[in-house]
Design a binder for this molecule. Structure first.
Ligand code: SF4
Ligand code: SF4
Length: 67
């Protein structure tokens, strides 16, 4: 079972190219002119977006069972 993660963006690096949204198989990322958006309930934790970002703006935080 893939680890549950929260994908976070470094807004100083992200230039809103939309590449991560384009490769996400779960449509868990949307990129608009106004900004980058992540939908936790859709994410399956595959990390494809993190590897796809050309400027390394994305990273994953584990979603622990304890908060
Ligand atoms: S980890 Fe996978 S499912 Fe989650 S936002 Fe990235 S590409 Fe989409
Ligand atoms: S691929 Fe990287 S630079 Fe492009 S929108 Fe996604 S986070 Fe931003």
């Amino acid at each position: 079972m893939p680890e549950k993660i929260r994908v976070v963006v470094n807004e100083d690096r992200c230039y809103l190219c939309g590449g991560c949204a384009g490769v996400c198989p779960a449509l868990a990322i949307e990129v608009h002119a106004s900004g980058w958006e992540f939908f936790q309930d859709r994410c399956i934790g595959c990390r494809i977006c993190i590897n796809a970002c050309p400027v390394g703006a994305l990273s994953a935080e584990p979603l622990g069972v304890k908060e």
